[in-house]
Ligand binder design. Structure first.
Ligand code: NAD
Length: 440
């Protein structure tokens, strides 16, 4: 065989598996038809968070008392910067792969059998096959001319008005960002609430902020039709209500990429639309692994990185199994929602408004919720606060390490920081946060 492993797809799942295998002295070929870094680095996580950062920076000043701001954004210039930043990142990853000895093949892979893959005229053989082909947005083909994540993130001019179909992760994150950049934003969500599946206690503060930012949220509402006339979209939603906007973003979920590269030849067992894997990330065919979005939900880049480690360990002959009991989730809303682990019999809540650093940031809408079992062992948390994405790992580590609320409460947190609120929530488990009087 030419290689120990052939990996199809160079997103966070594929390139991470390639690097990990190379670090264990395995011979790897990484096949990519588009750009190294996949959807996340090129068209998803990284550019969307950059756009959110731009919007937050402007809005932060706009909302500061005493500031008069006439900020104008030249999106063309920003896009040039953005692509420069992304290219730096992805070429860095490519260089890293090569420097570790990974062979990169550019082109579309065609699986021939479980050991052979064709890329154009080149055929490679490998002991193991790793499918890391990612996912694509669910499209609504009858809505012509609408944008999906790639198009909206490449926009050259901020829309005056934007209708977003789908109030999930992307809808809330980008809806908030464009509202801050000056667009009139309407989110149409077919379920009863935006961010269905996320704890209401965490979503409520964010909904209040969205309202304050002027975002119109229509829940239990379906888009019936979209007609584009002279650059304006005319949209009819449930109840025959008419809306208009110069842009429409459709964010109604993603689907795994399982077609068009010969996957069917392997006869793998499926789990709905996803490839079925076991706790070692191996599929129903020995030596064939599937990692990242193609292997199931939640479709998150950090799950992909984690699975890449697990698959690489198993391919290299070291037993490793997935354990998601402390999986973090982050929604880059305003403020950010971050949660991890699970709820339990014990819960202690501390309000963001009692945190001095958050007050100084002019940000008071939010909450810290920490969950623990009858022994006081931390089982999870939900934090709605500025930069909660940077704080949630403290709880994830606590859950992973079976630490107690007392451990967090006794840990010296730097002052003044937003992270102190977590310590105070932990103290609240004993009824004694410093800056808040609880009912105990
Ligand atoms: P999503 O599943 O988060 O949300 C889709 C939303 O669209 C749901 O609320 C659903 O009820 C709604 N919907 C579906 N059909 C509809 C219709 N016809 N009309 C109105 N509403 C409809 O999907 P997404 O926002 O497209 O994001 C895609 C994936 O990307 C998600 O799986 C998410 O995990 C991932 N993502 C993660 C992050 C993050 O981790 N911060 C950010 C962005 C995206």
């Amino acid at each position: 065989m030419d290689y120990d492993a052939a990996i199809i797809g160079a997103g966070p799942a594929g390139y991470a598996a390639a690097i990990r295998l190379a670090q264990m002295s395995k011979k790897v070929v990484l096949i990519e038809r588009d750009k190294i870094g996949g959807e996340c680095l090129n068209y998803g996580c990284i550019p969307s968070k950059a756009l959110i950062e731009l919007a937050n920076s402007i809005n932060y000043l706009k909302e500061m008392p005493g500031i008069t701001l006439d900020a104008r954004v030249d999106m063309k210039k920003w896009q040039e910067w953005k692509w420069g930043m992304i290219n730096r990142l992805t070429s860095g990853v490519e260089t890293l792969c090569k420097s570790q000895g990974v062979t990169i093949l550019k082109g579309s892979a065609e699986i021939m059998d479980r050991n052979r893959v064709k890329v154009g005229d080149t055929e490679v053989s490998a002991e193991n096959l790793v499918i890391a082909t990612g996912s694509s947005p669910v499209k609504l083909p009858s809505f012509e001319g609408v944008s999906y994540n790639r198009e909206i993130l490449d926009i050259q001019k901020i829309p005056e008005s934007l209708i977003i179909v789908g109030g999930g992760y992307i809808g809330v994150e980008l809806g908030t960002a464009f509202a801050k950049l000056g667009s009139k934003v309407t989110i149409v969500e077919m379920m009863e609430n935006i961010l269905p599946g996320v704890d209401r206690e965490l979503v409520n503060p964010v909904e209040r902020r969205m309202k304050a930012l002027g975002i119109q949220v229509l829940t239990s509402t379906k888009v019936e039709s979209v007609v584009k006339e002279k650059e304006i979209f005319h949209v009819t939603v449930s109840g025959n209500v008419s809306l208009e906007a110069d842009h429409i973003l459709v964010t109604v979920g993603r689907k795994p990429n399982t077609e068009g590269f010969g996957l069917e030849k392997l006869g793998l067992e499926m789990n709905g639309k996803f490839i079925k894997i076991d706790s070692r990330c191996e599929t129903s065919v020995k030596g064939v692994y599937a990692i990242g979005d193609v292997s199931g939900e939640p479709m998150l880049a950090h799950r992909a990185y984690y699975q890449a480690d697990i698959a690489a360990q198993n391919i290299a002959g070291h037993e490793a199994e997935i354990d998601y009991h402390a999986m973090p989730f982050v929604i880059y809303s305003d403020p950010e929602i971050s949660y991890t682990g699970k709820k339990d019999s014990g819960v202690s809540v501390f309000p963001l408004a009692a945190n001095g650093r958050a007050l100084g940031m002019n940000s008071t809408t939010g909450t810290y919720r920490i969950y623990y079992d009858s022994d006081g062992t931390v089982t999870g948390a939900g934090i709605v606060a500025p930069h909660s994405s940077e704080m949630i790992s403290e709880v994830t580590l606590s859950v992973e390490s079976s630490l107690s609320v007392n451990d967090i409460a006794l840990t010296i947190h730097p002052h003044p920081t937003v992270s102190e609120g977590l310590k105070e929530a932990a103290e609240g488990a004993f009824g004694k946060p410093l800056h808040f009087k609880t009912g105990r």
